[in-house]
Ligand binder design. Structure first.
Ligand code: TRP
Length: 308
């Protein structure tokens, strides 16, 4: 019996079904998950119930958007032989545990949650907050603790939710029985990727480059990026530290970074060429991903319409 037990520690992550994922998602989460699957027993959950917390009345796109996320997760290299990739709403135990946890957490604590306060402000919700929205982190705690995960690989923005998860685990353990480990946060090395406009890349801001974008689309988006505003002419010296294109080079051109920074500072490097190189580096990086994704789409079409 014992020899069948997995001695690896367990991680669980969740991703909302927002449709095709972007390079911010890749850098901040997916690339890390692909690495971690070799060292941890990995669970990756597409959290369709979470996506209802604010947009409960826009359900028509969830099925397609969920499919796009699964295609991205598989194409990026999560291996179903190693990692368990699944849909939240197919495991009703998440909802059961959420109900039990909802008795243990006080309203004031949820109202003080910084991610909640931010969202209410950003979306200008004020009086229009649902019970489910307030309980978003309680459902997240259930996602994690139902598998007794030891760690959760997320970006910094999720730290408040992880803190709440640990509090709920402690409260449960002291009230009933010592059942749940307190999961730790596994932060990703590059937490923030800017969009072309310099704000954090995000689908809701519309400043994203998709992992599945074709090279031409990547090139057009990279061309639109804001660089050092003082570098107006090609030979003006630039400051890489305030340039969004350089931020992408840091991630995708790490082998040529010193030369890129030095030639930008000295004025030998123009932004046009620098952008072409960044776009090529991004396109090349995701070349195998695009191919694998196409293959998966073809397979899925074959399953839906055999004989084609
Ligand atoms: N709140 C997470 C996000 O917006 C998504 C999420 C839901 C999650 N359940 C989770 C992340 C469990 C990690 C573990 O990104």
């Amino acid at each position: 019996m014992l020899k069948h037990m997995n001695s690896k520690k367990r991680i669980l992550s969740g991703v909302q079904p927002t449709g095709k994922l972007h390079i911010g998602n890749y850098v901040g989460a997916l690339s890390n998950w692909v690495e971690l699957q070799h060292r941890y027993e990995s669970f990756h959950c597409v959290v369709d119930w979470h996506s209802l917390t604010v947009t409960y009345d826009q359900t028509d796109r969830i099925a397609d958007d969920t499919m796009e996320v699964f295609l991205d997760l598989l194409a990026v290299g999560l291996d179903p032989e190693k990692a368990t990739i699944f849909l939240q709403s197919m495991v009703p135990e998440h909802a059961e545990l959420h109900l039990l946890f909802s008795m243990l957490i006080m309203l004031g604590r949820l109202e003080r949650n910084p991610t909640f306060k931010e969202k209410v402000k950003d979306l200008d919700l004020r009086g229009e907050v649902s019970y489910g929205h307030l309980g978003y982190p309680v459902l997240q705690a259930a996602d994690i603790l139902v598998y007794r995960a030891h760690a959760v690989p997320v970006g910094e923005d999720q730290a408040p939710h992880l803190e709440l998860t640990r509090e709920i685990a402690r409260k449960f353990n002291t009230t009933y029985a010592d059942i749940f480990p307190e999961p730790e946060t596994l932060l990703t090395p590059f937490p923030r990727v800017p969009g072309p406009d310099g704000r954090k890349m995000s689908k809701s801001l519309g400043n994203h480059i998709l992992m599945s974008d074709e090279p031409d689309d990547i090139a057009a988006k990279v061309r639109s990026a804001i660089t050092d505003p003082k570098k107006i002419r090609k030979n003006d010296p630039g400051d890489p530290n305030i340039c969004n294109v350089y931020a992408w080079h840091v991630i995708f051109s790490s082998d040529k970074l010193e030369e890129i920074a030095a030639t930008c500072r000295s004025g030998e490097r123009g932004c046009v060429v620098c952008k072409q190189e960044a776009a090529a580096a991004i396109s090349d990086h995701f070349g195998p991903f695009r191919e694998k994704r196409m293959e998966l789409v073809r397979d899925a079409m074959g399953l839906l319409r055999p004989g084609i």
